[in-house]
Design a protein around this ligand. Structure first.
Ligand code: CTP
Length: 419
């Protein structure tokens, strides 16, 4: 994996000094940082100190012709995996919302095709001002990730919401957005998030992943092309978000994500039993490609050719539907999410599945395409999330980005529902 890169735009507020600590924490996590200072920010932190910490050139003036010749602003805005504005003043948020590009920082923000995280910090009255709140609503609608400021005593002596979150918390949010595993303590191997509460702290998330193998005899089985990658990525993302995660995995050759409790199973019936044993759960995300059928009676010995030229008859019976069973379960998880692999009429079939299985959401994958070139086994995914409220489509994203976004959505949904 190439080193993840963040373009950090520091705008001018008293909290700008915390950007130095933020850079240090990001570098500790293995993230490269390139910094851009607004003119006002240069009054609070010097390009020299940021340059020392980023070990890179610090950019400031769009009209520095040498810089513009060597690295155009469009290029600068696209070399990063994530653009972060921290601290984001009321002024830069207003410019972002309006699409104003009157210096290097705002020009980069308008030119970028990368996700943007804004971390506001300002006086409490400025934060609550209708103009700021209107701008924030606009930015959220535009897809900008916004971190909520902390409450507390401010540099200006007033008290209330508007403080920059702690750098550790910002670093954790950045790592989450670029889907990085959390750093680990080299001795215990455990995640060492120091920061405040993560979005799924205290929640239990139950995930199934991979195919199931239904034995025909001791050496043969019925299976499918599921690699388990998407389910494992979701389990990893849920753990990073602070959840207790139980991953019921069919036979796949994947490492257990950090902080995840894994139960290995072979067949659909074993998967069903493991899932029921893991209840109760706040959210269950059923990603496994469970075999719909199993042989009525697996042979105890290898089935031999009998010389007649005719294959031995295979009689199949239906497996339990794990998702549908949870949908009607007395311990039904608060949020129940199913996946659907479809080759045609993706949205229609997903809507039907939502009702049939009493799920809250169906994440529909389009698996049309040649075997091997399709979603199954590949690293990217295009999904459509079908809920009672409508459809949301996420096109051609890496599976770990789908995972992070889905977990964000799960955290949001759970926070809106009672325990
Ligand atoms: N699923 C399950 N148990 C089964 C079959 C499916 O839990 N025995 C879950 C899958 O994990 C997935 C969802 O149901 O979340 C949809 O699975 P899919 O195989 O696409 O749907 P089916 O109900 O089997 O419908 P069809 O084969 O007709 O598309």
């Amino acid at each position: 994996m190439t080193q993840p890169r963040v373009l950090l735009i520091v705008s001018g507020g008293i909290a700008a000094y915390k950007s130095l600590e933020l850079v240090r924490l990001l570098r500790k996590r293995g993230i490269a940082v390139r910094a851009v200072l607004t003119a006002a920010a240069e009054k609070f932190v010097t390009p020299l100190s940021l340059g020392v910490l980023t070990e890179d050139h610090v950019y400031g003036d769009m009209f520095d012709l040498k810089e513009e010749r060597e690295i155009g602003h469009i290029q600068l805005s696209r070399q990063a995996d994530l653009v972060v504005v921290a601290p984001a003043t009321a002024d830069i948020l207003a410019k972002m919302a309006a699409g104003i590009a009157d210096d290097l920082a705002t020009t980069l923000l308008l030119a970028t095709d990368k996700p943007v995280l804004a971390v506001p910090a300002m006086n409490v009255r400025m934060w609550h001002h209708a103009a700021t709140q209107r701008n924030l609503a606009q930015l959220r609608e535009d897809g900008v990730h916004i971190m909520e400021p902390d409450s507390g005593e401010m540099a200006c002596g007033e008290y209330g919401r508007g403080r920059l979150p702690e750098p550790e918390q910002i670093a954790a949010e950045i790592a989450r957005l670029i889907a990085l595993p959390s750093p680990t303590d080299p001795l215990t191997g455990q995640p060492d998030f120091e920061g405040p509460e993560l979005p799924l702290t205290g929640r239990h998330v139950l995930i199934t992943a991979g195919p199931t193998h239904e034995p025909i005899d001791p050496v043969r089985y019925i299976a499918n092309r599921s690699s388990g990658k998407q389910g494992f990525a979701i389990a990893a993302a849920a753990a990073r978000a602070g959840a207790r995660v139980t991953l019921v995995a069919g036979p796949v050759n994947l490492p257990t994500p950090q902080g995840v409790e894994r139960m290995n199973v072979e067949t659909a019936r074993e998967m069903m039993a493991a899932v029921e044993a893991a209840l109760p759960a706040d959210a269950a995300i059923m990603v496994a490609a469970v075999a719909d059928w199993r042989t009525a009676d697996a042979a105890g010995q290898k089935i031999k050719k009998d010389g007649s030229g005719k294959p031995a008859p295979l009689s199949l019976v239906e497996n339990p539907d794990i998702l549908a069973t949870l949908g009607k379960h007395r311990q039904r998880p608060t949020l129940l999410v199913g996946f659907a692999a479809e080759t045609e009429k993706v949205a229609d079939h997903a809507r039907a599945k939502l009702a049939k299985k009493s799920a809250d959401w169906i994440v529909a994958n389009d698996v049309s395409g040649a075997p091997g070139a399709s979603v199954m086994g590949g690293d990217a995914n295009s999904v459509h999330i079908v809920t009672a409220d409508g459809i949301e489509s996420w096109e051609n994203l890496p599976k770990d980005v789908v995972a992070t976004r889905l977990i964000e959505k799960v955290a949001h949904a759970l926070s809106a529902r009672p325990d």
